[in-house]
Design a protein around this ligand. Structure first.
Ligand code: NAP
Length: 438
């Protein structure tokens, strides 16, 4: 029975759905040995270090990942970094196929003056900070000011704004990293603006995320109802047969409900600004003010009015999308791996954000993986009979195998239990490796 060896690089949702698609494609004639290679000692990618801690339901997909990992022929190689501990060319040589599921971890830049001032940071730093990613645990973020501005009208911006604006007691029973819970409890931020450069009708938020905002007990949320009314009229005038697409109608309705929701007079608030294009961040050594150009929508197009306004603020977080970190051995174009429907040259493939850019929800990776795995199987030749990759990784290197990850996982969950939390995360590589040793 021919068995093909597949390397999946990156243990996030795209990696696990790729492994699952391979497992589901097995027949009596075709079987796969899957090695999943991950830079961190912990798998699950954005499910661990991206999904907001107050969205625990989304994280239950990790049960699917663990089921995939329990299948015969699956091995985890955690704490193994491509380009450092192992080279892509060696993987391509030894495996029948390599699937790059390496995501996009770099925050896009605004490219405006003042962006590099202290306390102007990217969601690509802030999100992994509150989620306990070892690379960001020591992030220097000053929460002693009162006002924060989050740039972007997508779900990541929404997560960042909510995490800053909610009362941190709401995080006490979540898996937010301890350092972040402590910092957020001590935070003086009380007003959070979230700014989109286009109109409410163009916002990339999804309506479930909007609809949960009125449920925030300790935070008043402000939407300008006239702006939403105008957006609704504009959207209808642009719509085919005068009928809005379902998601847009639902978004605008969710915004209208928020605008009409009574304010409880909470000290904490979140306010949505639209048609606001960031032009400059100002401050003496640190963020003090942000200048926005005022846009308007003319015949469905967003144009600059030439007018500006400013918000005095102490913190700016940019959540305007991500790009992939370049990796030697594959070409990158516009922040993604250069690919044709997932084929990235030779026996290298790609799935997830590295393939299609930072779009879609976790489940989107399932169909993406299944499409690419179909092509990968079409391309398979006779299986290679090569030696194991463990030979390529230096003998002293600490590889976190599935059993060791399970010990880390169990220790974190056990630490959370008495505190009513799903887990207490270890936030440094050394801590994680020591948990894995039991
Ligand atoms: P996104 O949905 O693409 O939103 C990016 C936002 O940044 C857009 O509003 C975009 O505005 C804005 N933007 C881009 N360049 C800008 C600039 N130069 N100046 C000002 N604004 C700019 O990206 P995301 O929020 O990073 O989310 C990535 C993916 O993850 C999305 O598919 C999202 O739905 C998903 N996600 C889902 C959840 C969830 O399900 N709860 C949570 C987090 C993320 P324009 O539209 O004008 O370009």
């Amino acid at each position: 029975m021919p068995q093909y060896k597949i390397a999946v690089v990156g243990a996030g949702p795209a990696g696990y759905f790729t492994a699952q698609a391979l497992q589901n494609s097995q027949t009596e004639e075709l079987t796969f040995a899957i090695d999943m290679i991950e830079r961190l000692p912990t798998p699950w990618g954005l499910v661990r270090s991206g999904v907001a801690p107050d969205h625990p339901k989304i994280k239950t997909v990790s049960k699917v990942f663990e089921k995939v990992a329990a299948e015969p022929g699956f091995r985890l190689f955690g704490n193994v970094e491509l380009g450092k501990d192992i080279e892509l060319k060696d993987l391509a040589e030894r495996y029948d196929a390599v699937v790059m599921c390496t995501g996009s971890s770099i925050g896009k830049k605004l490219g405006i003056p003042g962006e590099d001032l202290a306390n102007s940071l990217s969601a690509a730093e802030f999100v992994p900070w509150y989620n306990g990613h070892p690379d960001y645990s020591d992030l220097d973020i000053d929460l002693s000011g009162k006002v924060a501005v989050v740039i972007g009208a997508g779900n990541v911006a929404m997560d960042c704004a909510r995490m800053l604006a909610l009362n941190p007691i709401e995080l006490d029973t979540t898996d937010t990293a301890d350092h972040a819970v402590n910092a957020l409890h001590a935070s003086s931020i009380r007003k959070v603006y979230i700014a989109g450069r286009r109109g409410p009708e163009h916002a990339a938020f999804t309506s479930p995320e909007l609809r949960e905002l009125p449920k925030l007990e300790h935070t008043d949320v402000y939407f300008d109802s006239d702006l939403i009314e105008d957006a609704h009229k504009r959207a209808i005038s642009q719509a085919e047969f005068g009928e809005l697409e379902k998601h847009l109608a639902s978004n605008l309705e969710a915004m209208r409900l928020i605008a009409e929701h009574p304010h409880a007079g909470n000290e904490r608030s979140m306010e949505f600004k639209f048609l606001s294009a960031p032009k400059e961040i100002r401050g003496e050594g640190k963020v003090e003010e942000i200048i926005f150009g005022i846009n308007q929508v003319v015949d469905g197009k967003v144009v600059d009015t030439g007018e500006t306004y400013s918000i005095k603020c102490d913190l700016v977080i940019t959540a305007i999308g991500y790009e992939s970190l370049p990796i030697q051995g594959v070409n990158f174009v516009k922040g993604k791996i250069d690919n044709n429907e997932g084929r990235a040259g030779g026996n290298i493939y790609t799935v997830g954000w590295a393939k299609r850019g930072p779009s879609g929800v976790i489940g989107t990776n399932k169909s993406d993986a299944s499409d690419v795995v179909k092509l990968l199987i079409e391309d398979l030749k006779s299986p290679k009979s090569t030696r194991d990759i463990t030979e390529l990784i230096s003998s002293g290197h600490h590889i976190v195998a599935q059993s060791e990850w399970q010990r880390i996982n169990a220790a974190e969950v056990a630490a959370g239990e008495p505190l009513g939390k799903p887990r207490v995360k270890a936030t440094s590589v050394a801590q994680l490796l020591s948990l894995g040793q039991g």
